[in-house]
Design a protein around this ligand. Structure first.
Ligand SMILES: C[S@@+](CC[C@H](N)C(=O)[O-])C[C@H]1O[C@@H](n2cnc3c(N)ncnc32)[C@H](O)[C@@H]1O
Length: 333
């Protein structure tokens, strides 16, 4: 039985967040007013709040079927999936509420979140980090909780705050994941309604792969909300990823090819990728008017130099998140 079951009262931290929200909303409004005059800032459209699809519940044989997803289970010990599955009591989001991750592969969707959760845990343990009783983690760009649900299911100590641009995702988390999670909708300007020096861990999967403008400002914002010595686990697409996706069979190649008509002057070809990244930070921009209108790649050398001005870059983990790499950062001080 999870001790945080829905009856748990709101924590002080949640109250702090609410108090902070009012003040920051004012700052955000004035920032938005001034930014709306600058055409250089292409504010992406947040999905209108659509009715949520019914969660699919648990697929039949959920805790016992064999995962099809095998390519990055490189743990020291293979996880006992059944043990984890029986502790996770939350429904699986329908495809449209989970960023279309893993069509027809609900168990693989679940395993992918567990894998990311366990990878963070294993690596932070190697760093000598143990969650303290008052530890707080932030899931930035949480979607419908692919990873968050695992923090909520097995790690009772960590208090969880999460945010996403997309109101539907926030609604999903608030409706179907436990109430001890504080989940709120943020905007795509780097001004989170969260107090300074709050978090022991910040993680973001496939979020910095979509942030084009204001990247450094977002890093500074995450740095601000982290405690000194806290860790950030941020996935990126690196120059290695660039090489890896350069064949027509790769789903990212196909994704970019599909969007080619919406890009100006870009031809997606195997040749493009075999030539290597043309810039330290390369952005595919799609003018298709949806939230997902960018796909960002970073050279690892660039990460070391540029992100290293803000954080200590402890590692860049090859394929730390599926086909993406993970940058492990630590706040100084
Ligand atoms: C590719 S999805 C990944 C979702 C989730 N992290 C996962 O791994 O399943 C990217 C998510 O980041 C959110 N997002 C993108 N830019 C964001 C921003 N600036 N602030 C908050 N969320 C953002 C999107 O709405 C979307 O839910």
């Amino acid at each position: 039985m999870n001790p945080h079951e829905n009856t748990q009262p709101q924590s002080n931290l949640s109250q702090d967040v609410l108090n902070h929200t009012a003040e920051l909303n004012q700052r955000i409004t004035s920032l938005e007013n001034s930014l709306s005059e600058l055409s250089a800032y292409r504010l992406s459209t947040v999905n209108p709040s659509l009715p949520l699809a019914e969660p699919i519940g648990y697929p039949e044989g959920f805790s016992t079927s064999t995962p099809k997803h095998t390519h990055y289970c490189d743990f020291k010990e293979k996880p006992n999936y059944t043990n984890y599955a029986i502790q996770d009591k939350y429904p699986i989001p329908a495809l449209e509420d989970r960023e279309y991750y893993f069509p027809d592969q609900d168990y693989d969707y679940w395993i992918s979140g567990l894998t990311d959760y366990l990878r963070i845990k294993e690596r932070l343990e190697e760093e000598g980090f143990v969650y303290a009783d008052d530890a707080v983690a932030f899931d930035f760009g949480c979607s419908s909780g692919r990873v968050l649900r695992h923090f909520a299911s097995y790690n009772e100590k960590v208090r969880l705050i999460a945010a996403d641009l997309n109101a539907n995702h926030v609604n999903w988390v608030n409706r179907y994941l436990p109430q001890f999670i504080t989940c709120f909708q943020c905007i795509n300007l780097p001004a989170l309604p969260l107090p300074d020096a709050t978090f022991d861990l910040v993680y973001a999967f496939s979020v910095f792969t979509h942030i084009d403008e204001l990247e450094s400002a977002w890093l500074l914002e995450l740095n601000r909300i982290m405690k000194p010595g806290a860790y950030a686990w941020l996935s990126i697409q690196s120059d290695d990823t660039w090489k890896q996706i350069g064949n027509e069979e790769h789903f990212m190649f196909q994704h970019l090819k599909y969007n080619e008509p919406h890009m100006q002057g870009v031809v997606i070809s195997e040749d493009l990728f075999s030539r290597g990244m043309p810039q330290d930070r390369y952005i595919f921009r799609f003018n298709n008017g949806v939230v997902y209108n960018t796909c960002v790649f970073h050279k690892k050398e660039y990460i070391e130099k540029s992100w290293g001005k803000i954080f200590d870059v402890l590692d860049i983990i090859t394929r730390g998140h599926d086909w993406q790499d993970v940058v492990l950062l630590r706040k100084r001080g």
